[in-house]
Design a protein around this ligand. Structure first.
Ligand code: HEC
Ligand code: HEC
Ligand code: HEC
Ligand code: HEC
Ligand code: HEC
Ligand code: HEC
Length: 503
C-alpha cells in the first residue's frame, strides 16, 4: 500500500501550524456541540463560543495552509532551479496532486456546508432570549427578570426590539456589537436610560400580534390596595376601563384606543428626555384634515422651542411603554403578596413595615435581603412581643415574601428602582395619561383635554367592610378617597402624593 502523500509544498511550518489550528478548532466545536445537544437547552456562553468566537480561528487555520504553501513556493523559486514555472502545474495522473485536490474539494465542501449551518445557527442564537437576557446578565438582569414575570414572557425579546427583515437585524447587531463592548469594559450607564431612542415603530412589532382594529368595548380591572393602618384594611377598586379602539369603517373608534392613529394622528413635543413633561399636543383628523393644537396653559413652549423640536407621533409605546418590563413599586408588590396570602394580613401594620423595609436604598441585593430579614422581625419583637412568639412562622413567611418581591422588582446593582422607569398606563404613581389629561392642556378654541374621571373608566365597586360601595347603574360610582383628604384628588394628581411607598 502506498502512503498518502501531499504536495511537498504543504510540508512547511506555517501550513502545518494552520492545519493543526484548524483541526483543533474543529474538534473543539464538535465537542461543544455534542455537550450542548446532550444538555438539551441553549447555553448563551457556549453559543457565543461555538458560533462566534471559534469559527474565525477555523478560517484562519485553513487560510494559513495556502499562505504557507505560497511562501514555500516563492522561497524555492528564489533559491531553487530556474526551471520551476511561475504557476503550479497540476497533473491528475500524479497521485499526490490527486490526493491534494480531493482533500481540498472535500474540505471546501464540508466547510461550506458547516458555515452555512453555522451562520443560520448564529442568526438564531443571537435572536434568542437567552442571548439577549443572560449574556449581558448583570446589565439586563432587571429587564430580563421583569420580562419573565410579564404577559410577554413567551414572546422573544427580538419580536419587540428587532422585528422582521434584514435591515433592522443588521441595525440591531451593529448597536449590539457596541453594547457587547460597553458591557465588557463596564462602560454602560446605570440604570440603562429609557426611553429607547430609536425603537422600531409599533406598527412593525406590536401590531404583528395585536390588531388595533379588533379592540373594542371595555376591560374590567380590580386594583387591590391595602391601607397603611394597623389592620391593613383592604381597599379594592373595581373598574371598567374604556379601552375602546375599533374599526373606522364601523364608526367605532372611541375610548382609550382612539389615540391609536386609526382615525386621528396625535403628535406631541416633550420637554424632557423621558417624555414625562408634554406641553404641546397636535391632533389631526385623518378624514377632514382638521388640526387642533393644545398647549399647556401655565407653562407653554416658546416659538423657538417649537421650531427646534420634531413632534413625535403617538403610538402604542407612548402608553404601553412597559409591556414587558414593569418595575413594580414596593407598595404594589406588598399588596400583591398580601392578596395572594404569601404575607399574612393579620400581622398588624405588616403593609407599612414590609413596604418600608423594601423601599430603603440599598447597595446590593444581599444587603437588602439581610436588612429585610432583621427589620420585619425587629418591629414585632419590640412592638408586639406576645404576637411575635405566637406568629413566628407568619413573620418568617412575610420576610421570605418581601425578599422575593424585592429581588423581582428592585435591582440595586443596576440602580433600577420603580421611580426610574415610569409606566405611562394610568396615573396612580406616575403622571401617565395625566401628562396630557391633567386639565391644563387647552386649545385656541378653549377646549381642554379631558380630566373627567368617567372619560376613561367607570368605578363598579370600591372599599371594604362598612365602607364598601357597589354601583347600581351603568354610570358607576363617584370616586371615594379611602383617607380623608377633602376633595384634594379633584385638583391634585394622585401621583403628586402617591409615589409607590406610603404617601
Ligand atoms: C412585548 C415587547 C417586548 C419584549 C418581548 C421585550 N421588550 Fe424590552 N422593551 C420594550 C419596550 C416597549 C421598551 C421601552 C421602550 C421605551 O420606552 O422607549 C423596552 C425597553 C428595554 C430596555 C431599555 C431599558 C428599559 O427598561 O427601558 C432593555 C435593556 C430591554 N428592553 C431589554 C429586553 C430584553 C433583554 C428582552 C428579552 C428578555 C426584552 N427587552 C423583551 C418591549 C419589549
Ligand atoms: C409575538 C407576539 C406579540 C408581540 C410582538 C407583542 N405582543 Fe403583546 N401580547 C401577546 C400575547 C400572546 C398576549 C397575551 C398574554 C396573556 O394573556 O397572558 C399579549 C398581551 C398584551 C397586553 C395585555 C396584557 C398586559 O400586560 O396588560 C398588552 C397591553 C400588550 N400585549 C401590548 C403589547 C405591546 C405594546 C407590544 C409591542 C411593544 C406587544 N404587545 C407585542 C403577544 C405579543
Ligand atoms: C392612549 C394610550 C394607549 C395607546 C396609544 C394604546 N393603548 Fe392599548 N391600552 C391602553 C389602556 C389604558 C388599556 C387598558 C388596560 C390597562 O389599563 O392596562 C389598553 C389595553 C390594551 C390591550 C389589552 C386589551 C384586552 O382586551 O385585553 C392590548 C393588547 C393593547 N392595549 C395593545 C395596544 C396596541 C398594540 C397599541 C398600538 C397600536 C395600543 N394598545 C395603543 C392604552 C393605550
Ligand atoms: C400625548 C398626549 C396624550 C396622552 C399621553 C394621552 N392622551 Fe388621551 N387624548 C389626547 C387628546 C389630544 C385627546 C382628544 C381630546 C379632545 O379632542 O377632546 C384625547 C382623548 C382621549 C379620550 C377620549 C377619546 C374619545 O372617545 O373621543 C380618552 C378616553 C383618552 N384620551 C384616554 C387616555 C388614556 C387612558 C391615556 C393614558 C393611558 C391617555 N388618554 C393619554 C391626548 C393624550
Ligand atoms: C385620561 C384617562 C383617565 C382619566 C381622566 C382618569 N383616569 Fe383613572 N385610570 C386611567 C387608566 C388607564 C387607569 C388604569 C391603570 C392600569 O391599568 O394600571 C386608571 C386607574 C385608576 C385607578 C386605579 C389606580 C391604581 O393603580 O390602583 C383609580 C382609583 C382611578 N384611576 C381613579 C381616577 C379618578 C378619581 C379620576 C378623576 C379625577 C381619574 N381616575 C381620571 C385613566 C384615567
Ligand atoms: C393630597 C395627597 C393625595 C392625593 C392627591 C391622593 N391621595 Fe390617595 N392617599 C393619600 C394619603 C395621605 C393616604 C393615606 C395613606 C395611609 O393609608 O396611611 C392615601 C391612601 C390612598 C389609598 C389606600 C392606601 C394605598 O395607598 O394604597 C388609595 C387606594 C388611594 N389613596 C388612592 C388615590 C387615588 C386613586 C388618587 C387620585 C385620584 C389619590 N389617592 C390621590 C394622599 C393622597
Amino acid at each position: 500500500m502506498t502512503k498518502v502523500r501531499f504536495p511537498r509544498l504543504a510540508y512547511n511550518k506555517i501550513s502545518m501550524a494552520g492545519l493543526a489550528l484548524a483541526l483543533m478548532t474543529a474538534l473543539t466545536i464538535a465537542f461543544f456541540l455534542s455537550v450542548q445537544s446532550r444538555e438539551g437547552r441553549a447555553n448563551p456562553y457556549l453559543g457565543i463560543f461555538v458560533y462566534m468566537v471559534l469559527p474565525p480561528f477555523l478560517l484562519i487555520g485553513l487560510l494559513l495552509v495556502p499562505v504557507g504553501m505560497v511562501r514555500q513556493w516563492k522561497r524555492i523559486r528564489k533559491y531553487g532551479k530556474s526551471a520551476i514555472p511561475s504557476w503550479p502545474l497540476i497533473d491528475f495522473n500524479n497521485t499526490t496532486h490527486r490526493n491534494a485536490f480531493i482533500v481540498f474539494l472535500a474540505g471546501g465542501l464540508i466547510y461550506g456546508v458547516l458555515s452555512t449551518v453555522g451562520a443560520y445557527q448564529a442568526y438564531h442564537h443571537t435572536e434568542s432570549v437567552s442571548f439577549c437576557g443572560q449574556t449581558c446578565h448583570s446589565v439586563m438582569k432587571p429587564e430580563h427578570v421583569a420580562y419573565q414575570n410579564s404577559s410577554h414572557a413567551r414572546v422573544p425579546c427580538t419580536a419587540c426590539h428587532v422585528g422582521e427583515g434584514a435591515g433592522w437585524y443588521a441595525k440591531s447587531k451593529l448597536s449590539g456589537a457596541y453594547q457587547v463592548y460597553a458591557t465588557t469594559l463596564k462602560k454602560y450607564p446605570r440604570p440603562i436610560p429609557t426611553p429607547i431612542k430609536n425603537l422600531r415603530p409599533a406598527q412593525e412589532t406590536c401590531e404583528q400580534c395585536h390588531w388595533p382594529q379588533k379592540f373594542f368595548g371595555g376591560q374590567q380591572r380590580q386594583f387591590n390596595h391595602h391601607m397603611y393602618d394597623e389592620a391593613n384594611t383592604p381597599w379594592p377598586i373595581n373598574m371598567l376601563i374604556k379601552t375602546g379602539g375599533g374599526d373606522p369603517k364601523t364608526g367605532q373608534t372611541a375610548g382609550i384606543h382612539w389615540h391609536m392613529n386609526i382615525g386621528v394622528k396625535v403628535e406631541y413635543i416633550d420637554r424632557d428626555e423621558r417624555r414625562q413633561d408634554i406641553p404641546w399636543i397636535r391632533v389631526t383628523d385623518r378624514l377632514t384634515g382638521r388640526v387642533t393644537l393644545y398647549q399647556d396653559e401655565d407653562n407653554p413652549l416658546s416659538e423657538e422651542e417649537i421650531q427646534a423640536a420634531t413632534p413625535r407621533v403617538m403610538d402604542c409605546m407612548d402608553c404601553h411603554n412597559r409591556p414587558s418590563h414593569k418595575f413594580r413599586s414596593p407598595e404594589f408588590a406588598v399588596d400583591r403578596a398580601i392578596l395572594t396570602g404569601q404575607i399574612d394580613r393579620s400581622l398588624p401594620s405588616i403593609k407599612r413595615v414590609a413596604v418600608e423595609a423594601m423601599a430603603e436604598e440599598y447597595q446590593t441585593e444581599d444587603e437588602a435581603k439581610r436588612s429585610i430579614a432583621t427589620k420585619i422581625p425587629d418591629f414585632y419583637r419590640s412592638e408586639h412581643p406576645q404576637l411575635f412568639l405566637d406568629k413566628r412562622v407568619a413573620v418568617e413567611q412575610a420576610v421570605v415574601a418581601a425578599q422575593q418581591q424585592f429581588s423581582e422588582t428592585i435591582f440595586p446593582e443596576m440602580k433600577v428602582r420603580w421611580g426610574d422607569y415610569p409606566d405611562n398606563i394610568g396615573h396612580f404613581i406616575y403622571p401617565g395619561c395625566m401628562r396630557c389629561h391633567d386639565g391644563h392642556k387647552v386649545s385656541e378654541e378653549g377646549w381642554v383635554i379631558s380630566r373627567e374621571c368617567k372619560t376613561c373608566h367607570t368605578i363598579l365597586s370600591q372599599g371594604s367592610g362598612e365602607r364598601a360601595e357597589m354601583a347600581s347603574s351603568q354610570d358607576g360610582l363617584e370616586f371615594v378617597h379611602p383617607e380623608d383628604i377633602d376633595e384634594e384628588w379633584r385638583e391634585t394628581g394622585c401621583y403628586e402624593c402617591h409615589t409607590g411607598t406610603q404617601p
